[in-house]
Design a protein around this ligand. Structure first.
Ligand code: ADP
Length: 400
């Protein structure tokens, strides 16, 4: 039945993801992606009831144009779907310090999202464009737009986790602190884990690893996130596709002062040229890295460093728990699909109580979820993330 539908919109800096689903039945009717905004050719791909479509939208396409294209060329052509949308959920990357949970969009919320542009200069403006266009497109639903934030999952972290050891004034006056990212995904998989483990969320002690192009890890103690690896921006923490993750800040001074590299270029190096790509020298795509792990020394080194950093974070987060860890969870494109990194990482952690089931580990990928450890191990779960579903559930909860 096409009713109680929620439109979920995720406007990124150069892409737009959209989907329409019923959060109660969890059935997804439509999902789509517009890629390569502002480039030579922008494509839109979508899937409606299992049938896939692809079209070229044009060249140098803006968010506004692409969103209008989605409404005119996709949504309005699907019988009954348009009229059965009862709410819209917007993924918003940064809510600053004040927004602590998902919230109905109004002028005040829009102002707070604007204020947080400082910390997410590529994403928050795109999120705001999405909100504005949708309110124009669905005037009857103007009070049914909900903003779901990646940062809100981290709002209960203690100061001991979120403060940097720099003069306190930088936090007080300029709000420089760790905010975290990927919160919607960590939140979603930790709720699924509580169901799979048959444990109350409020007493759940788990560590969740979201490993995609961006990668982050969160520690959840008694249902509350107490630490995460991303910081003021998503550059801190684990080794990522093209981001360095943790480095000594002196590397930046060295590049600037001794090597004469300007600040914008250093930013580009650390965000676009580092991580797996920088170390391997060939690719950040794990489909390639996995295939060439044994034959290419540099690829092997990059993957080993990725797993080494991850295992260090996992073991340090285990110390944040007040009782035995209930589970470790892998999610994201790499976490869900690359048995190799789960194997290498867990083998480094055998002393902490992780023992992999090699067969299960190899079998669980491509959208499958399940346990990949043997009986006397701390359970390790693979759980495909579903951020759209969490956004849709939050949206219906708030608009009802
Ligand atoms: P994003 O952070 O952009 O959402 P994803 O979660 O989609 O990223 O993850 C992208 C990463 O996952 C890439 O490194 C990609 O190579 C890897 N990946 C996705 N699917 C597979 C697969 N089937 N096998 C190996 N690696 C995969």
């Amino acid at each position: 039945m096409l009713n109680n539908l929620i439109l979920v919109l995720n406007c990124g800096s150069s892409s737009i993801k959209f989907s329409i689903l019923n959060p109660n039945t969890e059935k997804k009717y439509l999902s789509g992606l517009v890629e390569c905004l502002f480039l030579k050719k922008t494509y839109i791909k979508w899937e409606y009831l299992g049938v896939k479509y692809k079209k070229c939208v044009g060249s140098n396409i803006s968010h506004e144009y692409a969103l209008n294209f989605i409404f005119k060329e996709v949504l309005s052509k699907i019988e009954n779907i348009y009229n059965n949308i009862i709410g819209i959920g917007h993924r918003v990357v940064h809510g600053g310090e004040k927004i602590k949970e998902s919230i109905l969009v109004n002028h005040e919320v829009i102002d707070l999202i604007k204020q947080a542009i400082l910390f997410a200069p590529l994403h928050n403006p795109a999120n705001l464009i999405g909100i504005k266009i949708v309110i124009n497109q669905f005037p009857h639903l103007s009070k049914k737009n909900v903003a779901v934030f990646d940062t809100s999952f981290y709002q209960k972290m203690p100061k001991t986790s979120f403060l940097y050891a720099i003069p306190y004034i930088f936090y007080k006056k300029h709000h420089i602190r760790r905010y975290g990212a990927h919160g919607i995904s960590h939140n979603y998989v930790s709720h699924v884990a509580s169901v799979m483990l048959n444990k109350d969320f409020d007493s759940l002690n788990i560590i969740t690893c979201h490993l995609g192009n961006g990668a982050s890890i969160s520690a959840i103690r008694n249902g509350v996130c107490v630490d995460t690896s991303m910081g003021l921006t998503p550059l801190e923490g684990l080794v990522m596709g093209t981001r360095s993750g943790d480095i000594d800040p002196s590397v930046i001074f060295f590049m600037y002062k001794k090597l004469g590299i300007n600040i914008d270029k250093i930013n580009h190096i650390l965000t676009q040229e580092s991580g797996l790509l920088g170390l391997s020298g060939v690719s950040s795509d794990f489909r390639y890295l996995e295939k060439n792990y044994l034959s290419n020394k540099q690829v092997k080194l990059s993957v080993d460093i990725f797993c080494y950093r991850l295992s260090k974070y996992i073991s340090s987060y285990m110390c944040l728990m007040d009782k035995k860890l209930d589970s470790l969870v892998f999610t994201g494109g790499i976490g869900e699909n690359v048995p190799l990194i789960r194997d290498i990482t867990l083998s480094k952690l055998s002393i902490m109580g992780f023992k992999i089931n090699i067969k299960k580990n190899i079998l669980i990928k491509n959208g499958k979820s399940g346990l990949i450890t043997i009986k006397n191990s701390i359970p390790v779960l693979v759980i495909p993330t579903n951020e759209e579903l969490l956004i849709a559930k939050e949206t219906i909860k708030i608009i009802s």
